[in-house]
Design a protein around this ligand. Structure first.
Ligand code: IPD
Length: 261
């Protein structure tokens, strides 16, 4: 029988409450016949509303914790404990009716990730982890894959898009990796991509230029599933730079080498 800590219980409660609005609006969005601008506004409003619900639930339960959030201002950043929130990671998928997006909530204690949940409300997949307690998908324990070589590995990645990232550099990196792996996958929500690594469904993941709220929760889920997290440059901290590699140690070291070449 799984026992959730008080903080995990609070995080799950907030995510489940907020998810009701996401699911309702996701279904509604499919019916909406509006201009792209109208659709963008609608999605921005969903994002803000969902974040407000999560913020209010967490703040009610832990009045002295700080917040870093995708939509809007950070709060109480000098607090020891900080919630790091992405109300909808994978917004573009959400907008296009693709059911691959998630609420991501991380908890950083004294500058170190201590707990995280990533919840896909459409598939009802709740990934969660707490330092020292393991990582789980609903109540099933997670373990990263044991594949040792890139040639047998499936690697998830992020691809830069209009107005974002260095496309030429990315294409060079992608072509280097393409030549070494069994397959590449671009799913479109970094928090869930990290959970795919934690569950062993994919063997590794890399992306550049992410934000802390995209990856904070996912990093502890990968670590608690026995994986490692690294920067693309060995000396960088992905939570500072947004450049990340995740996987089992063999895959991460191999990817580091190929990406650096
Ligand atoms: C995005 C997703 C996506 C990644 C983008 C992020 P958002 O987050 O994580 O996978 O490629 O760079 O911005 O904007 O949907 O919260």
């Amino acid at each position: 029988m799984i026992r959730y800590s008080a903080n995990i219980t609070i995080m799950i409660r907030a995510a489940r409450k907020a998810s009701k609005y996401i699911v309702r609006d996701f279904l509604e969005l499919e019916q909406l016949q509006v201009s792209v601008k109208g659709q963008n506004d609608f999605v921005t409003n969903v994002d803000i509303k969902v974040q407000e619900i999560i913020h209010s639930e967490l703040n009610k339960a832990r009045t002295d914790y700080g917040f870093i959030m995708e939509e809007g201002q950070s709060e109480k950043l000098d607090a020891e404990n900080i919630w790091i929130i992405d109300p909808i990671d994978g917004t573009l998928n959400f907008m296009h009716g693709l059911p691959y997006f998630a609420i991501s909530i991380g908890l950083r204690i004294k500058q170190k990730m201590a707990a995280g949940i990533v919840y896909n409300p459409i598939l009802n997949e709740l990934y969660w982890a707490e330092e020292g307690s393991g990582a789980f998908l609903n109540d099933k324990r997670l373990r990263v894959s044991g594949r040792k070589n890139l040639e047998n590995s499936v690697i998830a990645l992020g691809i830069p898009f209009l107005g974002r990232g260095n496309h030429k550099k990315h294409l060079k990196m992608q072509s280097n990796v393409m030549n070494k792996v069994a397959g590449l996958r671009r799913f479109g929500a970094a928090s869930l991509d990290l959970c795919q690594v934690a569950s062993g469904r994919v063997d590794g993941f890399w992306e550049e230029g992410l934000s802390i709220w995209d990856i904070a929760a996912g990093t502890i889920i990968v670590k608690e599933a026995g994986g490692i997290i690294s920067g693309i440059d060995k000396n960088e901290n992905p939570l500072d730079t947004g450049n990340i590699i995740a996987g089992n140690p063999n895959v991460v070291f191999a990817l580091q080498k190929v990406l650096a070449s």
